[in-house]
Design a protein around this ligand. Structure first.
Ligand SMILES: *Cc1c(COP(=O)(O)O)cnc(C)c1O
Length: 428
């Protein structure tokens, strides 16, 4: 408060020295200090509108939780609960037990464990299976995911020696069999979730690779990344391998994220063979990467929604937004364009409906886009899209689009309430 007042007083004195009208400047002082304080109080974590077209935007916090999950998280935050406590016997319980049964049911795996995120899931699994040993992986799958998650670095931190096999575009069964030695701790298959190698390519599919692994007595880990629990083609999207399929193909362990296609809070799941899950749970790293009660409660509520597939797309925001038909979004764009245009005109900008392409985001189905629609915003000068983008970011409810073809595009796929956008823009 004092700092804000002092800063404004300094500026007012400077303005008076420069010839400003002291009475006028003083009259405006209180309002300016009030606005400064309000701006300071506005947290960077305030709600915003993700109209980027990327539904699972990592930099914007990925999945929006279902109402059921939000309520469960709020309850968990505000109250003690039986996190590691058995209500029947009064004895000690296991925090993972709240999720284990649901994960086993939904994936067909023998057992499951849960950690902080999928990066941690891969790290602890490699460390458990291959510390001081070899981890065999195809050169076509040595991925980097944003934020410095590089498979070779994770291997090194897990204490495993990376054994690269095959080439960038082609890896064959004999490459795997030729690399397996008594030193091999794990064969790793990585879903190349954020790029695609096309043309003259070959990879060893899951079922064949699991036979190779089984014959050699070496566990096969399949890092799925986005890891959907449902067949996305039911919702008009391209098929991604589901977790249950990866399990059925014979992977000994499968890892995937909680906040990508699954639509929950940040988490990493490891599902698969009971003996291997037990070994992971005994690893001291498990304690370092465990989940808190808030996320466990939200995950339980999220996973429960999957028991009712008919209502899933309605209740799970990630799926609801991804499954929205393009015509539906186009109708919304046509409806909103005149009102948004009228709000922009006084500021020298204009808006019109356009078609555009959404993405799932978070590395899922990287090359595929989903037909969508939005608002195309233009103004005078080459820097108009940047200027408008900056003004929309500064709103009390920030509105984030993307710049394309000399315009600022607001993809409306993730706008579920028209009034949120018009209300935000009214404050321009
Ligand atoms: C996203 C991803 C990860 C990392 O998952 P986080 O939950 O973001 O830690 C690891 N592997 C693959 C294949 C991924 O797509």
């Amino acid at each position: 408060m004092r700092e804000a007042l002092r800063a404004r007083l300094d500026r007012m004195r400077a303005a008076i020295r420069a010839g400003g009208d002291a009475a006028v400047l003083a009259a405006g002082l209180a309002g300016l200090v009030g606005a400064d304080l309000a701006a300071q109080e506005r947290t960077g974590l305030r709600p915003m509108l993700n109209l980027t077209g990327t539904v699972l935007h990592t930099n914007l916090g990925r999945a929006i939780l279902a109402d059921e999950a939000v309520r469960a998280a709020v309850t968990a935050m505000a109250s003690p609960l039986a996190l590691e406590f058995d209500l029947e016997t009064g004895g000690r319980g296991q925090r993972d037990d709240h999720l284990r049964g649901l994960l086993v049911e939904l994936t067909g795996a023998e057992d499951a464990t849960i950690v902080n995120n999928n990066a941690a899931a891969v790290l602890i699994t490699l460390n458990t299976l291959a510390q001081g040993r070899d981890a065999v992986v195809s050169r076509g799958e040595l991925i980097e995911i944003g934020g410095a998650f590089r498979m070779p670095d994770i291997m090194a931190r897990a204490g495993a020696t990376l054994v690269e096999i095959g080439t960038t575009n082609r890896t064959h069964p004999k490459d795997y069999t030729g690399a397996i030695t008594p030193r091999t701790g794990v064969i790793l298959k990585v879903h190349t979730s954020n790029y695609r190698i096309e043309g003259f390519t070959a990879e060893v599919a899951g079922p064949e690779l699991s036979q190779i692994a089984r014959a050699a007595g070496v566990p096969l880990l399949n890092d799925l990344g986005a890891g959907s629990l449902v067949d996305l083609s039911h919702y008009g999207l391209r098929r991604e391998p589901t977790v249950a399929e990866a399990v059925a193909e014979g992977a000994d362990l499968v890892t995937f994220s909680g906040d990508k296609l699954l639509g929950g809070p940040q988490a990493g799941f490891i599902v698969g063979r009971k003996d291997l899950i037990a070994a992971i749970n005994k690893n001291p790293l498990k304690r370092a990467v465990r989940l808190d009660k808030i996320r466990i409660a939200a995950l339980e509520a999220t996973l429960r929604l999957y028991r009712d597939p008919d209502r899933l797309a309605e209740r799970l925001p990630t799926l609801r937004m991804l499954a929205r038909p393009a015509e539906d979004v186009a109708a919304q764009a046509a409806r909103l364009a005149p009102e948004v245009d009228a709000l922009l005109n006084p500021h020298g900008f204009a808006a019109s409906p356009c078609i555009c392409a959404s993405q799932i985001g978070s590395g899922a189905l990287p090359v595929d886009t989903i037909p969508s629609a939005g608002l195309r915003m233009t103004g005078p000068g080459g820097d108009a899209p940047d200027r408008l983008a900056a003004r929309l970011r500064a709103l009390a409810l920030p509105v984030i689009g993307h710049i394309h073809g000399g315009a600022l595009i607001l993809d409306l796929r993730c706008l579920e309430d028209d009034a949120m956008l018009t209300g935000a823009l009214a404050a321009l």
